[in-house]
Design a protein around this ligand. Sequence first.
Ligand SMILES: NC(=O)c1ccc[n+]([C@@H]2O[C@H](COP(=O)([O-])OP(=O)(O)OC[C@H]3O[C@@H](n4cnc5c(N)ncnc54)[C@H](O)[C@@H]3O)[C@@H](O)[C@H]2O)c1
Length: 349
Amino acid sequence: MNILITGNMGYVGSTLVRHLRKVMSSDTIINGYDTGYFAHCLTGATRLPESLLNCQYFGDIRDISEDLISRHDAIVHLSAISNDPIGNKFEAMTQAINEQASHRLATLAVKHGVKKFVFASSCSIYGAAGDEARRENDPKNPLTAYARSKVFMENVLESHSATAMTTTCLRFATACGFSDRLRLDLVLNDFVATAMIDKKITILSDGTPWRPLVHVADMSRAIEWALVRPESVGGSFLPINIGSNEWNFQVIELANAVAELVNIDLIEINKDAAPDKRSYRVSFDLFKQLAPAHQPIYSLRDTIRDLKNGLSPLLASLNDFRNSHYIRLKTLSEHIDMGRLGHDLRWLV
Ligand SMILES: NC(=O)c1ccc[n+]([C@@H]2O[C@H](COP(=O)([O-])OP(=O)(O)OC[C@H]3O[C@@H](n4cnc5c(N)ncnc54)[C@H](O)[C@@H]3O)[C@@H](O)[C@H]2O)c1
């Protein structure tokens, strides 16, 4: 198999490359394509993840060539404006990258006979979702430009469902866990860093909102499954929630687990907070049924311990982490402020 991973130099991609290199047969070609916004944001890696690739291509997904696409039979599409804060600040670019460029990529993939297309979607497409755990066929209610872009792209891919390409839209829960390019703009990772630095955790809500989580390494195992999934398992177009029912957590549960393992006893809760619109639970039954051998294996405690151990040697760089390269929006803003990146999120020469 010749696999092209777009956005391989991000939080998920850096872990994915290591995983695929370990589990795929030695004749598998694994290439990466990324513009490198976060290339310098390595966290404790002892070997550059990209050195495990057959080839790293640098380029903007808006310009990816037909020739490169045609030389692969599987595409894992990760490259994106990848969270709500960046999507809110760069709404037009979120449409240009997550929608138009991704649409073009999918259309060219079909044209050139790509057999497997794996799309990194998100459970955020369910939006405010009440108490019932959301299933794949439930109505979508995207609340942000980021979530709308994921719905847009799923619709594009569904329109190609009668083609020979087998497509899996992995609707990931919120990621967490240590990675060679760690992010601290994710709830659990943020709690661990805050607990280690400030010796307290401040919850902006009353703690009751639900947050389904998934470990970044378990995301990689799900992507592996999607790459090898035959059409007979789930059909030619499959949107599927990725995570586990046991990992639907309330925010207060996460804070309590972090406090215990980081050994702090101060959790501040905002009892007067307005109801959190992003509270939702998700059913992962379909994933359990279709992919029994690729179910999440991490425990919450191990995830927190790994984060703590991984962050310990980096503590000196963490003091003001909310204004640092651990936060994706800050990294992009700094590139722009320093004249490296234009407001269209293209590199300035
Ligand atoms: N992390 C999560 O909680 C989560 C949850 C659900 C879905 N996802 C999705 O998984 C995918 C990967 O997420 P991540 O956390 O690794 O994101 P990330 O922001 O860490 O990485 C995204 C990568 O895409 C690249 N990229 C962005 N725009 C590009 C462009 N125009 N051209 C080429 N490369 C470009 C970036 O340089 C970066 O390396 C994204 O599509 C994201 O929406 C992530």
